[in-house]
Design a protein around this ligand. Structure first.
Ligand code: HEM
Length: 254
């Protein structure tokens, strides 16, 4: 092993260091993440379709009746959490034999579909606030502010990717230098969305406290808590899978 002038052993350059996980371990971790995504999706559906009042796009009065708000959490979890997970992992986890173009097409289609679902979820909650009698103020909570930031960044991320990588108007050298920014933004944005969801779950569970239902650990509280645990697990899977590879790619580029 090579040593420094003081005789201390030198670590290899980051680009030459082996990744913390081998390919097989990456697949195991990715699959564990899929299980947590599935648990979160099932939990949110049971919560709002079975235990809460269910869905009605044209009703803003949730007292005992299906209503438009109940579209918001399921659409956000499906769009941001579930589609986002498939989209962000697709480059890494799709079989190595697929062409770059095919991977690009799958990544873009999944991300755009997830974004559309999330937009429906956001429209639902604004519609609920505006049409409620009396109207409810928009954007009063930390959840809603961070949520809006996440939506705007995701929109910019989608537009930036289409303009840079699909439209063909951006010169190749600029396209190449935009890739690390796009990757970094994608991971930061996804982790932000997971935090936003945790805040949204906690806020909604708090609203049930009127009849002390939350303090009683009801089925709804349990579903919310299971979702929270799954989201933290997905957070751990994403950081463990994405960050070492991004560090190695950055070191290789430098
Ligand atoms: C990444 C996912 C999410 C985003 C980007 C998001 C974004 C937002 C935004 C922008 C609002 C404000 C709408 C307005 O002011 O009219 C809002 C409201 C709300 N959201 Fe979410 N949300 C997400 C997920 C969730 C989840 C999973 C839940 C609960 C399980 C939830 C519960 C709520 C509640 C209770 C409100 C109404 C109160 C408020 O405005 O804070 N959200 N959300």
């Amino acid at each position: 092993m090579s040593t420094s002038s003081e005789g201390a052993p030198l670590l290899p350059h980051p680009a030459q260091r082996p990744l913390a996980l081998c390919r097989k371990e990456e697949y195991y971790l990715f699959s564990a993440g899929q299980v947590f995504v599935f648990i979160a999706v099932i939990s949110v559906l049971i919560w709002f379709l079975h235990y809460d009042t269910g869905l009605d796009w044209n009703n803003a009065d949730c007292a005992g009746k299906p209503c438009v708000f109940n579209y918001h959490p399921p659409m956000m979890v499906l769009g941001f959490l579930a589609f986002g997970y498939q989209g962000i992992m697709s480059w890494r986890m799709l079989p190595d034999g697929l062409s770059h173009q095919t991977k690009k097409f799958i990544h873009l289609s999944v991300q755009v579909s997830g974004f559309v679902l999330a937009v429906v979820g956001i429209v639902a909650v604004f519609k609920f606030h505006n049409q409620h009698q009396p109207p409810i103020a928009n954007l009063y909570s930390l959840h809603s502010w961070l949520g809006l930031v996440a939506m705007i960044l995701w929109g910019l991320q989608v537009v930036g990717a289409v303009v840079s990588f699909i439209s063909g108007v951006v010169p190749v050298e600029n396209r190449v230098s935009f890739v690390p920014i796009h990757k970094h933004m994608g991971v930061v944005l996804y982790l932000l969305a997971l935090v936003v969801m945790l805040l949204g779950i906690q806020e909604k569970l708090g609203f049930y406290q009127g009849d002390k239902a939350y303090a009683k650990l009801t089925p709804i509280s349990q579903l919310g808590n299971i979702m929270g645990l799954s989201i933290v697990a997905i957070f751990s899977v994403c950081t463990t899978l994405m960050i070492p590879r991004m560090q190695q790619e950055a070191a290789t580029d430098s």
